[in-house]
Design a protein around this ligand. Structure first.
Ligand code: UDP
Length: 422
């Protein structure tokens, strides 16, 4: 039966990517979808909005479904003290210290248990995202492979926390991290999938000059001077204070307006405090906003003369590819996944200090030819490496690699890691 909503709200299909990647890639991906038409997948994560995981999941799950692969997405229901604990774990997995008390682990495990009681999961594949829902696996009898997808910078996890979490991680059949530096010593097969952006969303599609201006006017963002922008949750690892300092140094040589935008996320209770603290740095030319407005993100990324992502830890940093896709050069912290997106001096700049960031801001703002060249290369990089179809194909390859073994062994219940037997 025809779905009347499909004509009103046409869903993006894999064929829509042909304009960016050509017909051969689309055909190759289509062939890989075929064997997966009768499977059922679910994802579990901690929030529907705010942050890169939600951004990715909303696009990946829709593309899976429009490709005939039934894919759901469940959210943890957590209290604010639960998310307080998991945010500390998030920070500690990225290297901070943590006082891992029994109270914290007990609260963590209890909330996960309650979520497991509410969620009946018998899917062919289960993908669990990040540390928040990690232990949920222990409450189920597996009906197929379970995959833990960690989006964080795992280059130096806090050892006490990692010792506590590792037994949960090793219950999974595969682990996916973003880049090779995050691979761990584990008994579980590991894969590297870099995140990617959806070029068709309101966040990433081309806006008209009028649409851009309308959004900026709505928030009284002046465009008389070049815009320097960072769009990120207010999180110490994103270094918003460092951005302000770099901007203040740069402004001694070139006039501009700084916009720091950060929408809140339900699983990040520290954000509100950091936002409050930083507000006192606001001035006529330093605009600091906490708004959840997707079109504004797009308008700023498109209009900016330069985007900063001056992180000191960054799992991947979707905001980098988002801005690069719009042909805007990005100055990124020389860390984590940002290094895989920016090639220094070719499509943007990598920086390791506030002074270096300031110097690059000045260089880009003073030199329109340089800005144009970097921006052009930036767009090309994203087209070649960071569009969602690439990530989608990696998922299909992973699912298919399990399926082969699963299917040939047919009736046998799934207990071990099929990839071990390759
Ligand atoms: N984002 C947004 N509004 C904001 C700040 C961030 O929509 O005010 C989005 C941003 O566009 C990106 C995601 O949140 O899609 C952030 O992902 P990233 O990987 O950069 O960082 P994370 O928050 O996951 O650490």
């Amino acid at each position: 039966m025809n779905d009347p909503f499909e004509s009103r709200f046409p869903q993006i299909k894999i064929e829509d990517y042909q304009q960016f990647v050509g017909p051969q890639v689309v055909e190759r991906v289509r062939a890989k979808m075929e064997k997966l038409q009768d499977i059922h997948i679910t994802n579990i994560s901690s929030t529907y909005y705010g942050g890169g995981v939600a951004e990715l999941l909303s696009s990946v799950t829709l593309l899976m479904n429009s490709s005939g692969i039934s894919t759901g997405w469940r959210i943890l229901q957590g209290t604010s003290d639960f998310f307080g604990v998991t945010k500390k774990m998030h920070n500690a997995l990225q290297g901070s210290t943590i006082n891992l008390t029994d109270r914290k682990t007990s609260l963590y495990e209890e909330v996960i248990y309650e979520n497991a009681l509410r969620n009946h999961i018998r899917h062919d594949f289960v993908i669990v995202h990040d540390p928040q829902p990690l232990p949920i696996i222990r409450h189920y009898k597996k009906n197929g492979p379970w995959i833990w997808r960690c989006h964080l910078d795992l280059s130096s996890p806090n050892p006490i926390l990692w010792d506590y979490l590792r037994p949960f991680v090793e219950m999974y059949d595969a682990v996916i991290v973003s880049i090779p530096e995050y691979l761990q010593k584990l008994n579980t097969p590991q894969f590297c999938f870099m995140p990617a952006i959806d070029p068709f969303t309101l966040k990433n599609r081309q806006l008209s000059e009028q649409e851009i201006q309308e959004r900026l006017n709505h928030y009284n963002i002046p465009t008389d001077l070049p815009l320097v922008v960072q769009i990120s949750r207010f999180d110490k690892f994103k270094d918003p204070e460092g951005v302000i300092e770099a901007f203040e140094i740069a402004r001694k040589q070139v006039d501009a307006t700084l916009v720091l935008l950060g929408a809140p996320a339900t699983d990040d209770p520290e954000g509100a405090q950091l936002y409050e603290d930083i507000l006192e740095r606001r001035s006529e030319r330093i605009i600091i906003m906490s708004q959840d407005d997707t079109a504004l993100v797009n308008a700023l990324q498109q209009k900016a003369s330069v985007v900063l992502q001056k992180s000191i830890k960054e799992g991947f940093g979707l905001t980098v590819s988002e801005a690069m896709w719009k042909g805007t050069p990005v100055i990124g912290g020389n860390v984590g996944g940002i290094r895989y997106q920016i090639e220094n001096g070719v499509n943007g700049y990598l920086v390791s200090s506030i002074n270096e960031a300031a110097m690059r801001i000045v260089e880009i703002l003073k030199n329109p030819d340089l800005r144009h060249r970097l921006g052009k290369n930036a767009r090309k990089t994203v087209q070649e490496k960071f569009l969602l179809i690439r990530l989608f194909e990696q998922y299909l390859d992973l699912f298919n690699s399990f399926e082969t073994i699963y299917r040939t062994k047919s009736e046998v219940a799934f207990h071990t890691n099929p990839l071990d037997k390759k």
